[in-house]
Design a protein around this ligand. Structure first.
Ligand code: GLN
Length: 485
């Protein structure tokens, strides 16, 4: 059964010759064929390319050993450019876009030997928290197909959770890796802003977007991060700070660490089972020698307001490029007029949430409002960052909920944007501050739906988060389950 395998087990089996790369890749495709019609986690499946790559490995088994991810299947969120494979960003406006190049993170994964099996579903242009805003239909939560998998990386989360692929890449602008990981019961890490290159990532909000790994186990996530992290000359915001040895350090001692409990994250109405799970997690950390301390991040509550000004502002500017000329869809106007063509292309190509964001963003940036909205939001952002800086003087990481409530029903929030936005309350502050966050699955709630928690760390301390996550899973003898489908 391939569904449960992680990178380590896969590699072990391949190196021992228990199965060939082709056999492994074929078994994942069988699962995709069987489950994807119900889950809709994939927009595109790149079978021929994957098999071709698998055969190359099998012809020369030596090459499996030489590459750290030799023969490991992976799924890529559909906002990351993949040479020769359609990259739609969940939008009709890019429905036929085939990039002529690979995003840097994709290129690094390929060079490490990973095999791309397909591109995963997402909210259009990564705008959303449920993967319902996709031009290709919603993805369903494999634990309960009436519920959302979270978003915007809901396709990647659902694909990993249901065992259609061992690992995947997602992107996180305001929670889009951490929230779907939590809803689907897998591990998802949003790295520090600047840790992973954004080159080849279709831009949503450039000062917030980050690429990150998703997997069933902490080890898998550490391994992917090791490959994709690090300076890239094609992204001026990627930093040249040395990349830690995430995998080698994973089992380091953590019993001199301090976890902060930020009171603002617990003063809201939180689902009682989520609250209970976090209290238990705190107890488990304490039982393995981690100290805890109460901390305060007083500007937490302003995160939603600041984010939903800054992100749409950047989006409205980034999405100007979809004009029917340079990329993707071009609608035929009723009369031969350039403006008509622009308008019709954008009216037909973008979905309602994207249009809402473009309007919001254009409004907050317009002359006369810029000072009142965008500038104010940027100042609030600085205060939120300062909150984290001060908190991290007292602790190594913060423990918080990922969301106030468990996965909601498909259709429940889709017509109420504010309700949808409020779901991001606990993930947005780390995004605004640029600090890393990890979503850690813990157990199933009384309805059989995953619950977990978030750890947030100081800039470039991914390795602290991974060590703590690993220690927690080791202590509870965590063994990822696959939902019955
Ligand atoms: N849910 C948030 C939004 O809609 C975050 C999305 C993301 O992280 N890409 O903007």
């Amino acid at each position: 059964m391939v569904a449960k395998l992680g990178i380590k087990e896969l590699r072990k089996g391949l190196l021992k010759g228990e199965f060939t790369v082709r056999e492994i890749v074929e078994s994942y495709f069988e699962r995709i064929e069987r489950l994807n019609p119900r889950i809709n986690a994939f927009i595109t499946v790149s079978r021929d390319m994957a098999i071709e790559q698998a055969l190359k490995f099998d012809e020369n088994p030596h090459s499996i050993r030489e590459k750290p991810l030799g023969g490991v299947p992976i799924a890529i969120k559909d906002c990351l450019c993949t040479q020769g494979i359609k990259t739609t960003c969940g939008s009709k406006i890019l429905q036929n876009f085939v990039p002529p190049y690979d995003a840097t993170c994709v290129k690094r994964l390929k060079e490490a030997g990973a095999i791309i099996v397909g591109k995963t579903n997402m909210d259009e242009f990564a705008m959303g928290s449920s993967t319902e805003h996709s031009a290709f239909g919603p993805t369903r939560n494999p634990w309960d197909i009436e519920r959302v998998p979270g978003g915007s990386s809901g396709g990647s989360a659902a694909a990993v959770a249901s065992g259609m692929v061992p690992v995947a890449l997602g992107t996180d602008t305001g929670g889009s890796i951490r929230q779907p990981a939590s809803f689907c019961g897998i591990v998802g890490l949003k790295p520090t802003y600047g840790r992973v290159s954004r080159y080849g990532l279709v831009a949503f909000a450039s000062s917030l977007d980050q690429v990150g790994p998703m997997g069933k186990r902490v080890d898998d996530v550490a391994m992917l991060l090791q490959i994709i992290a690090g300076r890239d000359d094609f992204d001026a915001t990627s930093v040249s700070i040395a990349v830690d040895k995430y995998c080698d350090n994973l089992n380091d001692r953590i019993n001199d660490m301090v976890i902060g409990i930020p009171k603002e994250y617990f003063s809201h109405k939180i689902d009682p089972e989520i609250q209970q799970a976090i209290e238990e997690a705190i107890g488990i950390f304490e039982s393995i020698g981690v100290k805890t301390v109460q901390v305060s991040l007083p500007h937490t509550d302003y995160g939603v307001a600041a984010y939903y000004i800054i992100a749409p502002a950047e989006a409205s500017s980034n999405l100007e490029r979809y004009d029917g000329v340079k990329y993707g869809l071009r609608s035929n106007p009723d009369k031969a007029d350039l403006t008509e063509m622009y308008l019709k292309t954008r009216a037909e190509g973008f979905g309602p949430e994207v249009k809402r964001r473009i309007m919001l963003g254009t409004y907050v940036l317009s002359a006369g409002y810029y000072e009142a909205y965008y500038k104010k939001a940027s100042q609030v952002r600085a205060l939120i960052k300062q909150d984290f800086d001060l908190a991290f003087k007292k602790c190594d990481a913060l423990i918080t909920p990922v969301t106030p409530s468990p996965p909601f029903k498909i259709g429940e929030k889709v017509d109420d944007p504010l309700e949808m936005y409020l779901n991001d309350i606990f993930t947005l502050p780390a995004s605004l501050a640029g600090v890393p966050g990890i979503s850690i699955p813990y157990k199933l709630n009384s309805s059989g739906i995953p619950v977990g928690f978030q750890l947030i760390g100081p800039h470039f301390q991914e390795s602290t988060l991974l060590k703590l996550a690993k220690a927690f899973h080791r202590e509870i003898e965590y063994n990822p389950e696959i939902p019955e489908l």
